[in-house]
Structures are given as C-alpha cells and as structure tokens.
Design a protein around this ligand. Structure first.
Ligand SMILES: NC(=O)c1ccc[n+]([C@@H]2O[C@H](COP(=O)([O-])OP(=O)(O)OC[C@H]3O[C@@H](n4cnc5c(N)ncnc54)[C@H](OP(=O)(O)O)[C@@H]3O)[C@@H](O)[C@H]2O)c1
Length: 287
C-alpha cells in the first residue's frame, strides 16, 4: 500500500474502528458516518470511494449485538453479509484492497487448540452465519481482499457510542456494587483494541490477501477476564461463575474460539501481546 495515500474506514465510530483511527499517526484517514455511507447502499459506498480515492479500505462496520441478530436476521445479513459484499465489489472494481474485520464466532467450538485460518468454520448463530457469509463475499470479490478475524475485543470506544467493551461493562458493575455472574465455559483470545489496531496498520502495508487471525496471545474464559476486572476494582466477592447453559443467552456461542495468528507469524509479524498484558494495560488506564 502507498504510505501517502488515503485510507477509508467504514465503522470508524465503533470499538475496533475508533482504535484504528486513533493509531493513524498522521496518515490521511477518512471515516464516513453510517448516515453518509451505509455499507449496504451501493451508491453511497461508490460516492465515498470516488471522492476519497483511497489506496486501502478497512471495514469495521458490523450489525450486532449477537443476541439481537437472532430476532432480526434480515438486518444482520443486510449489513454483515450483503453490505460486506457491496463494499468488496466496489473496492475490487476500483483496484482497492479491502481489509474486512470478522470474528472468532465463525467457529463451532469443537476444538481444544486455538483455531488456525485453515480450520473449517461452523457458525452457531445468525450473527456468526451472517459474518461467515460476509467473509465469503469479500474473498470472492478479489484475491487481494483480506478477512481479519479477531476475538473478544476490549478497549476504549468513542464516548457516546456503543455499550462499551466487556471490560468496561464489568468495571461499571464492580463499581456499582452489582453481583455479576460470568460464563466459565466460553474460552476466547481476548484482544486489546490498541494491539489489534497496530497489527491492522502493519498488515495494510502488505500485499497478501486471504484470511488472517489477529487476536491477543493466549486464551481464557470470559470468567477469567472478568476476574481481573473485579480483582482490580477491589470487589472480587461480587463475581461468581455460571455455565453457558445456566446463563441461557438467546444466541448460541462457541464454547471454545481461541485463535492462533498463524498467517501473521508466517509473514514475520510478532505475535500480538498476550491478553493478560492487554488487560493489565487497559485496566491501568481506566481504574
Ligand atoms: N467487539 C468484539 O468483541 C469483536 C470480537 C470479534 C470480532 N469483532 C469484529 O470487529 C469488527 C468491528 O466490531 P466492533 O466491536 O468495533 O463494532 P461496534 O463497536 O458495534 O461498531 C460498529 C460500527 O459499525 C457501524 N455500522 C453499523 N451498521 C452500519 C452500516 N450499515 N453501514 C456502515 N456502518 C455501520 C456503526 O456505526 P454507528 O456508530 O453509527 O452505529 C459502528 O461504527 C466487526 O467485524 C466484528 O465482527 C468484534
């Protein structure tokens, strides 16, 4: 990618998108608001690309939360699948490489070692199926396009946008003195958005397309991650364990979706820092 060219970010007000923007370091970056550039609206997407003439596009736009997708599958597929496809097609026709964010939830949880890029997905929810469909449409549009899967992202969001990351929500509950039960049987690779943003910028400088995993090193249960927060806030007694079955969320989630960043490593990238390092750094900032 030409280092001096413009980069367009869709979903720049979200958790991942805003971290990517904060890490831009003087680059020429544009992040159209959803109102101006709905990724499923071909004309709006084309207008932005023709106006900004980017050398790279990154798609952090997504329809979630995961549970909501179960009741409005059309909306989930409109953004996560069709929108991704519209954007991928528009980029391909202009010779622009698209980097599209995706999720560890495309996997079915039937492994006991971290998933590598070549493992077969098995989506368990509408959200996961819509994201997997989006991946296929992106990769079908151009061999230069990239899908970057990440996992359990935490970090600073944009004030006034979204519900805050898992760590923020846990801290809010600890500070409010709320008893909290967190699932012990969902294992993920928690990823600090600042670490992810650095990896995404490094990846933009490379020409390779296809699927990449970019998640914090290591793995833990959501309960383990929450425990760091409640201990840090000095309220560990408020936190207790629960199983996924007892919790009874609307959407199914994989019991195991840790990711291994095999392809990044094969390109000579250092592993992302561990989830413990990420959590420690972020907690030090917000506690
Ligand atoms: N957060 C996680 O733990 C996590 C884990 C694994 C993978 N990921 C992946 O990371 C990516 C980013 O997720 P995130 O957590 O940063 O999402 P987020 O915080 O919910 O932000 C979503 C962004 O998408 C925008 N958006 C929604 N619908 C749109 C549309 N139709 N057209 C254009 N923009 C639209 C939102 O705009 P508004 O602000 O206007 O609503 C917002 O900027 C996604 O691909 C997701 O699958 C996230």
């Amino acid at each position: 990618m030409d280092d001096k060219g413009a980069v367009v970010v869709f979903g720049g007000s979200g958790l991942v998108g805003s971290s990517f923007l904060r890490a831009a370091e003087g680059r020429d970056v544009h992040a159209p608001a959803r109102e101006d550039a709905d990724i499923s609206a071909a004309a709006a997407v084309s207008r932005v690309l023709d106006e900004k003439r980017p050398v790279a596009v990154i798609n952090c736009a997504v329809f979630q939360p995961v549970d909501l997708c179960e009741s409005v599958p059309e909306a989930a597929f409109r953004v996560n699948a069709i929108g991704a496809g519209v954007l991928a097609g528009a980029c391909a026709r202009r010779g622009i490489a698209l980097t599209h964010l995706s999720t560890d939830f495309v996997f079915g949880g039937d492994r006991t070692r971290p998933y590598v890029e070549a493992d077969c997905p098995r989506p368990l929810s509408v959200y996961a199926a819509s994201k997997l469909a989006g991946e296929h449409l992106v990769l079908a549009a151009s061999p230069r396009h990239r899908v970057v899967r990440t996992s359990a992202v935490f970090g600073p969001g944009l004030p006034g946008h979204g519900v805050g990351s898992f760590i923020d929500r846990m801290l809010e509950r600890a500070r409010a003195g709320q008893e909290t039960r967190v699932v012990v049987d969902q294992v993920v690779s928690p990823t600090y958005s600042v670490h992810l943003a650095t990896a995404l910028w490094d990846l933009l400088a490379r020409p390779e397309g296809g699927v990449f995993h970019a998640a914090g090193s290591g793995q833990c249960s959501r309960y383990d991650l929450a425990r760091r927060v409640f201990e840090g806030a000095g309220r560990p007694e408020l936190l207790s364990r629960i199983t996924t079955a007892e919790f009874g969320a609307v959407a199914r989630r994989p019991s195991y979706s840790a990711l291994d960043n095999t392809r990044l490593r094969s390109l000579g990238f250092a592993d992302l820092p561990s989830w413990e390092q990420g959590a420690e750094t972020y907690l030090a900032e917000i506690l």
